[in-house]
Ligand binder design. Structure first.
Ligand SMILES: NC(=O)c1ccc[n+]([C@@H]2O[C@H](COP(=O)([O-])OP(=O)(O)OC[C@H]3O[C@@H](n4cnc5c(N)ncnc54)[C@H](O)[C@@H]3O)[C@@H](O)[C@H]2O)c1
Ligand SMILES: O=C(O)C[C@H](O)C(=O)O
Length: 360
């Protein structure tokens, strides 16, 4: 069908669409191609029955770029998979409920999203999750290196500043590390920076963009409000904000996770806003894999733009994962100071992850 349509398209276009012919006209052929589904893509979610995993499973089921959706969790998967599978969208859903089934869940995956692990309670830092989540991430990444070594990995599990280096070390040991395919998901920091900035600057929230660099914990999260862009006027509005405003917006963005943890009062951390951020990032990875142009998101990746081996910045996504880790642009004095201040903590979290992966 496809080959004969290609031949017919060539003939029809050579003859001109008005020529009498039994072959389909160029217009029909173009419509045929416009209606073709995008390429087959499998997405696996590890931790799919959790606070993030469940709504993320829903959003991935709604994403037309996903043709197969594998949901894996050590508890509660069958119910989530059965529930999501009834939605009449393209993605075929399968649930995997035990470690023995993890290989099947992963095999053939193009993108693996990892929200598996414990969330914070009030009074905890993300680093307090290290003792439990580091081991979970390590074993899941060991399985990834075995069953889908070419997949793009979207790491959500905290502390991201350490779990991404853990994943890198696991993949290095297995001989499967591809630095272009490992991402710490920091999209939620960007969502927060955009939302808080838009509210302060009196702009529509959906219209602004703010890069966030560094890492994903406390002062390592550094929003670059000096580079805020509004698509409504294509101008930075930072001039309209006082230094005090920028300082307060920065602090609120850095403490955004804690704000939610405290508001949830012991019932976990951000799940819904994180799911939205996670789905935006996974969608960007899929678009990049499919060859869509100009896909740029901030992410915590292997990097040489500072002296730190991993760093979050704008990243251009393409058919092989990262096309380009973009530079930081011009920073304000306040941002330069923030960048210097974050380096010690970020370095130590990265080293903690590397040490764990190599010693445990
Ligand atoms: N990167 C970010 O911006 C960001 C934002 C919010 C939350 N998080 C992190 O995401 C993680 C998950 O948060 P949550 O609210 O969904 O937690 P949750 O407790 O609601 O869900 C976690 C899920 O992971 C599952 N799980 C545990 N061990 C597993 C394993 N070995 N294999 C597969 N699944 C396993 C659990 O059964 C549970 O269903 C936490 O570490 C949290 O800190 C990160
Ligand atoms: O704050 C947390 O513990 C969860 C997440 O990292 C967030 O930023 O909301």
């Amino acid at each position: 069908m496809r080959a004969s349509l290609i031949r017919s398209a060539g003939n029809a276009l050579r003859k001109g669409s008005g020529s009498p012919s039994s072959a389909p006209s160029a217009r029909i052929i173009l419509r045929y191609y416009a209606s073709q589904p995008p390429p087959e893509r499998k997405v696996a979610i590890l931790g799919a029955a959790g606070g993030i995993g469940q709504p993320l499973s829903l959003l991935m089921k709604l994403n037309p770029l996903v043709s197969r959706l594998a949901l894996y969790d050590i508890a509660g998967t069958p119910g989530v998979a059965a529930d999501v599978s009834h939605i009449n969208t393209r993605a075929e859903v399968s649930g995997y409920a035990s470690e023995e089934q993890l290989g099947q869940a992963l095999e053939g995956s193009d993108v693996v999203i990892i929200p598996a692990g414990v969330p914070r309670k009030p009074g905890m830092t993300r680093d307090d999750l290290f003792n439990i989540n580091a081991g979970i991430v390590k074993s899941l990444c060991t399985a990834i290196s075995k069953y889908c070594p070419d997949a793009i990995v979207n790491m959500i599990s905290n502390p991201v500043n350490s779990t991404v280096p853990i994943a890198a070390e696991v993949f290095k040991k297995a001989g499967t590390y591809n630095e272009k395919k490992l991402f710490g998901v920091t999209t939620l920091d960007v969502l927060r920076a955009k939302t808080f900035y838009a509210a302060k600057a009196g702009l529509p929230a959906a219209d602004v963009n703010v890069p966030v660099i560094g890492g994903h914990a406390g002062i390592t999260i550094l929003p670059l409000f000096s580079q805020a862009i509004s698509s409504s006027d294509f101008q930075s509005r930072q001039e309209s904000l006082s230094h005090e405003d920028v300082r307060a917006l920065t602090k609120r963005t850095q403490d955004g996770g804690t704000e939610v943890v405290e508001a949830k009062a012991g019932k976990g951390s951000a799940t819904l806003s994180m799911t939205y951020g996670g789905s935006i990032f996974a969608d960007a990875c899929l678009k990049g894999l499919n060859g869509a142009p100009d896909i740029v998101e901030c992410s915590f990746v292997q990097s040489s733009i500072t002296e730190l081996p991993f760093f979050a910045s704008k990243v251009k996504l393409g058919r092989n994962g990262i096309d380009e880790v973009q530079g930081l642009g011009t920073l304000s004095d306040f941002e330069k100071e923030g960048l210097e201040n974050l380096k010690a903590e970020l370095k130590s979290s990265i080293e903690k992850g590397i040490k764990f992966a190599n010693e445990s």
